[in-house]
Design a protein around this ligand. Sequence first.
Ligand SMILES: Nc1ncnc2c1ncn2[C@@H]1O[C@H](COP(=O)(O)OP(=O)(O)O)[C@@H](O)[C@H]1O
Ligand SMILES: [Mg+2]
Length: 367
Amino acid sequence: MSTVKLKEIYKRFDETEVLHDISLEIKEGEFVVLVGPSGCGKSTILRLIAGLEEVTKGEVLIDERVVNTVEPHHRNMAMVFQNYALYPHKSVRENIIFGLKRAKVARDIIEERLKKAAKMLELEDLLDRRPSQLSGGQRQRVAMGRVIVRDANLFLFDEPLSNLDAKLRNRMRSEIRKIHREYKTTSLYVTHDQVEAMTLGDRVVVMRDGRIEQVGTPMDIFLKPVNIFVATFIGAPAMNILDARLYPGFIELEGQKIAVNNRVEKIFVPDSGKRINLGIRPDFFIDENNAEPGASLSRIENALIDIVEPLGFEREIDATIGSQHIKAKLDLRTTAGEGEKINLCFDMDRVHLFDPETGRNLACDAA
Ligand SMILES: Nc1ncnc2c1ncn2[C@@H]1O[C@H](COP(=O)(O)OP(=O)(O)O)[C@@H](O)[C@H]1O
Ligand SMILES: [Mg+2]
């Protein structure tokens, strides 16, 4: 399986620079997900690796070899797009093996690979159908089948699931994980969907405006976001970012004093009363009435509940404290209703302090 290295890549289309100083290494057999808002340059990176675009500056290496000028068909990779164009008049079988026949792969090898892929993707009973006789999810599986039979050393995925409905997307996510477990092909997967990024990636690369903001394991990125952008892009509902001030020993939020612990004390910056953004994930709040007795939690008092959304096992609450909104994901036991007040507890070890000017995570800066 291949390794990929991007070294200080810049890409300009006419006057517009769409990639700035992109450096990234993908290890053999690794599944890396590039995630970021639409237009941030994800597809461009994929296309540079595939050889469909040329870099303006920098180097693309595959298996330690610079491939800047190597033709796409000499790069031994396979790509899955969002719009998986299948041949409408060919059967599922023919669609899957078309590339192999064209490459004059021996018949028995074709059969063997087809069989394995069809089994893996549960397409065995559909091989004689035409694409028009398939559901959207089945068509996407055919497109996936066409890629995995190629025996490539590198898979590139460009938002392959974004045309599917939520249920199918979940299902295909599991399929893709299964394929990767089985074939162990080095993969680079592009999506704007942070759930796909978190569930599929061995490592996740978060991008914004042509730059890499953070690279790490999904848990690293979730628990230690380097800035407000990453913190609010990853995780749903998004992390609360609250205006507050930091003093020795406490944080002031809307006139309330919230005790801090050692960890936050250490972050402490020289000027007392400095404005900070306090970042707390909705998932990390606990209704004070349900907190473990004796747990050393901090709390925000008297948040006024505007909206309660019961979501089965969870209750999502929109509340107001002073002039600020807070979202909290609480459990079933919370009985407080709309118009009532609630005390929200949280563990100081789980919060983030950001610099409001730069957006940097002050704890990451300190580390
Ligand atoms: N061929 C092109 N010519 C001019 N601009 C382009 C071209 N391809 C992409 N862009 C621009 O580059 C930026 C990044 O695009 P893209 O890589 O497709 O983003 P993403 O995949 O993250 O949505 C966008 O602003 C887009 O308009
Ligand atoms: Mg794209």
